[in-house]
Write a protein that binds this ligand. Sequence first.
Ligand SMILES: [Fe+2]
Ligand SMILES: [Fe+2]
Length: 287
Amino acid sequence: MENPQPLANLDEWEMDLLQRYPDPNKIATNKKTEAFRDYEAETKDSVKEFYRLNHQYQSYDFVQQKRTDFLKFDKREMPIWNAFDFLNELVDDSDPDTDLDQMQHLLQTSEAIRNDGHPDWMVLVGLIHDMGKVLCLLGEPQWSVVGDTFPVGCAYSDKIVFPEFFKNNPDFEHEIYSQKYGVYAPHCGLSNVTMSWGHDEYVYQMMKDYLPEQGLYMLRYHSFYSQHKESAYDHLMDAHDHELFEWVKLFNPYDLYSKNPNQKSWEELKPYYTALVKKYLPETLRF
Ligand SMILES: [Fe+2]
Ligand SMILES: [Fe+2]
């Protein structure tokens, strides 16, 4: 029987991203190429198993089913600050590698954005960008919540991490979905493209009425590494997407590399974030 939860916790995927995309400010260029070459060989078995499941099951039909189920937002409703507490239930104390809970990661991201003087809605994006991980608490397996995202309904790019695992996906040999453009037209724009299911699309759908478009792109595509790091899907992007991806790229390092050992305490930060959340978001969130 397959174990649908190979990761000790969701952060294992994010720690693995740091192996694949090390902080450019912290390593010399020659080391970077070396790290890249060894990445697949050095990936932990649990992470590999996680990608194997993700790539096998994220098919076009699977995503449509999840969208139908979860985009009704009929499962839970709670005040937004309770939603952060709910998300924090994801922490796994048994894992010695993880020292940050979800809320700490969100605050580190948002505080780094705030310290660099970006607009307040981008600070808010930092604070909420992983809220979609509540999917795990609603019974979804890890491979349906985190991991790199990618378009479905067309050929899987070989620039996606561990592309060889896609051969077990039912769409891999599908008459239409295995084609370069699949169900899409060239440069149709990402608003017409269905992405693999996970926390990015879910939080985007949750927030789409409340934030400027740049912020919504950051939410929706923050795990779309094969595009924002490798430009693998330029053939589906339109000019507007390219413009907005500059914002996705601006956001990404804050998500990956914001680790501040001298983070202010929540008591100190609370007044600012209470006001910020109130400015943009409704009182309650629906899951
Ligand atoms: Fe994320
Ligand atoms: Fe994140």
